[in-house]
Design a binder for this molecule. Structure first.
Ligand SMILES: Nc1ncnc2c1ncn2[C@@H]1O[C@H](COP(=O)(O)OP(=O)(O)OP(=O)(O)O)[C@@H](O)[C@H]1O
Length: 241
């Protein structure tokens, strides 16, 4: 299977400080890769580095065989990457539809924007029902769905998701993970960083990140008890005991 997003030897951080070291990651066109790790493992920094939002100290990022080294974040979005950030960052006083439109590519004509809205509403019908509601009046789970929809407005081929489960009640976590599964099933490759092990229900591959380094990888057919060992290791640094 072709790796649509290919990361090799990526080292990145902030200022002069390296946070992630020599990270290799592949996201195939039909993959849902979950990157699991504890607080501070470097999950957010990995996503930010792929988007060109952290300082890059070495390594390469390719999308569809094209190098993104040195590319601006806006060009990475045009190429097909999009980031759904930690904490959702919706605009509370704007409506659902206005929030979604902020995710469209600047300069796209109205037809392009309307098409993108139509695709998002088809995939995430709750957003269509609430299109005129102020985003700040929605539940946390609904706001997470909105943040995901906004990230899909730019013709996204690989969706990067930062801790979609953060701050949600367990029932909402499962709902949001089901939405991620639906996005993946619709043909968008997904790479989601998570602390919540329940992402295993929808992911096809698990990558464990510890102290800025990839320490384990599991394919979907190894998921099950193997996943839980890896997840435990990521949580507790115990090697799965
Ligand atoms: N803007 C920044 N400037 C300096 N250091 C940062 C910055 N953002 C993160 N760091 C540091 O980088 C390290 C990794 O942080 P990162 O947010 O990537 O981890 P994480 O795995 O996403 O953690 P969390 O689950 O808490 O979000 C931490 O030591 C953090 O303090």
């Amino acid at each position: 299977m072709t790796a649509t997003l290919s990361v090799r030897g990526l080292s990145a951080g902030y200022g002069g400080v390296t946070v992630i070291h020599d990270v290799d990651l592949d996201v195939d066109t039909d993959a849902f890769v979950a990157v699991v790790g504890v607080n501070g493992a470097g999950k957010t920094t990995t996503l930010r580095a792929i988007m060109g939002l952290a300082d890059i100290f070495g390594g390469t990022v390719e999308l569809g065989g094209e190098s993104l080294v040195g590319a601006r974040t806006s060009d990475r979005v045009r190429a097909g990457l999009a980031l759904c950030p930690e904490g959702r960052e919706v605009f509370p006083s704007l409506t659902v539809e206005e929030n979604l439109l902020t995710g469209a590519i600047a300069g796209d004509d109205w037809t392009g924007r309307a098409d993108a809205l139509g695709r998002v509403y088809e995939l995430l019908p709750r957003l269509g029902e609430r299109r005129s509601q102020a985003a700040g009046t929605m539940s946390g789970g609904e706001q997470q769905q909105l943040a995901l929809g906004r990230a899909l407005m730019s013709g996204t081929t690989v969706l990067l998701v930062d801790e979609a489960s953060l701050g949600l009640a367990p029932v909402m976590v499962d709902w949001v993970f089901e939405i991620l599964g639906a996005i993946h099933a619709s043909g968008t490759a997904v790479m989601a960083v998570e602390q919540n092990i329940r992402i295993s229900a929808v992911a096809t591959q698990i990558v464990v990140l510890e102290q800025g380094t990839v320490t384990d990888r599991l394919e979907a057919d190894e998921v099950g008890s193997g996943l839980h060992e890896a997840a435990k290791a990521a949580y507790f640094g115990t090697g799965g005991t």
